[in-house]
Design a protein around this ligand. Structure first.
Ligand code: AR6
Length: 207
C-alpha cells in the first residue's frame, strides 16, 4: 500500500430516492497520504496563476517531478483561476500532472465556490480528453489559499459525483486527504452528498 487509510467507499448502499449510479459509487475514493507517491495516470496540482511553482502541494509536486516540470510549465504562460493545464509528470510515478488554480478565500461571496467547482470540473474534463483513467486531487485551495476545508470537500465531492455520472472513461477519481482531519472531513462530505458510509480511517489490520 502506498497510502495509509482505507479507500472509500467500500459499501454501496445506493443513492437516495432510488436512483443508483452504479459505476459512480466505486469510482470515487478518499485516500490519506502524499499525492506525489500515487501511481495514477494523473495527479492534480493546486498551483497559482503563474504555474511556476510555490509551497504546499505545488512545491512537493515540483520537487518530486524534478526540473523538467518547471521547464514545461514555463512554456504554458500561466493559467487563470478555475482553469486547468496539463504537463508530463517527469520523475513522478504519475504520467501526467494537471495544474489547476484554486480561488483565494475572500470570505465566500466573491465567487469562490464556483471557481473551486470549476477547478475540479475543468481538470476532470481535461483528463477525459487526454484519455486518463485514474486521477488524484489534493484539497485545492484549502492550504495557503484559506478555503474552509469542509466547504471545499463538499464542493469536490459534489462536482466529482456529477462528473462521474456522465463519464464513461474515468475509472477512478481519488480525493487525497493530507492528514487525519482532512480524511474525516471527506468522509462526512461523501456521507452527506453521495449518501453512503465510508469505513473508519485505519480500520482493521493497520494497528
Ligand atoms: N499531498 C497531498 N496533499 C497535500 C500535500 C501532499 N504532498 N501537501 C499539501 N497538501 P496548498 P492552495 C494539502 O497550500 O491552498 C502554493 O504555494 C494541504 O494540506 O498546497 O490551493 C501554490 O503555488 C492542503 O489541504 O494549496 C499557490 O501559490 C491542500 O494540499 C498556493 O500554494 C492545498 O494546500 C495554492 O494554495
Amino acid at each position: 500500500m502506498i497510502l495509509e487509510g482505507t479507500p472509500c467507499p467500500r459499501k454501496d448502499v445506493g443513492l437516495e430516492g432510488g436512483v443508483r449510479s452504479e459505476g459512480m459509487l466505486d469510482r470515487l475514493e478518499i485516500v490519506e497520504g502524499d499525492i506525489t507517491r500515487l501511481q495514477v495516470d494523473a495527479i492534480v496540482n493546486a498551483a497559482n496563476t503563474s504555474l511556476l511553482g510555490g509551497g504546499g502541494v505545488d512545491g512537493a509536486i515540483h520537487r518530486a517531478a524534478g526540473p523538467g516540470l518547471l521547464e514545461e510549465c514555463q512554456k504554458l504562460g500561466g493559467c487563470p483561476t478555475g482553469e486547468a493545464r496539463i504537463t508530463g509528470g517527469y520523475r513522478l510515478p504519475s504520467r501526467w500532472v494537471i495544474h489547476t488554480v484554486g480561488p483565494i478565500w475572500r470570505g465566500g461571496d466573491h465567487g469562490e465556490d464556483d471557481l473551486l467547482g470549476n477547478c475540479y470540473r475543468n481538470s476532470l474534463a481535461l483528463a477525459e480528453q487526454q484519455g486518463i483513467k485514474t486521477i488524484a486531487f489534493p484539497a485545492i485551495s484549502t492550504g495557503a489559499y484559506g478555503f474552509p476545508t469542509d466547504r471545499a470537500a463538499r464542493i469536490a465531492v459534489r462536482v466529482v459525483k456529477r462528473f462521474l455520472e456522465h463519464s464513461t472513461t474515468l475509472e477512478r477519481v481519488m480525493l487525497v486527504a493530507f492528514g487525519k482531519a482532512a480524511y474525516e472531513t471527506y468522509q462526512e462530505a461523501v456521507e452527506e452528498i453521495a449518501g453512503y458510509s465510508c469505513p473508519p480511517r485505519n480500520k482493521e489490520g493497520s494497528g
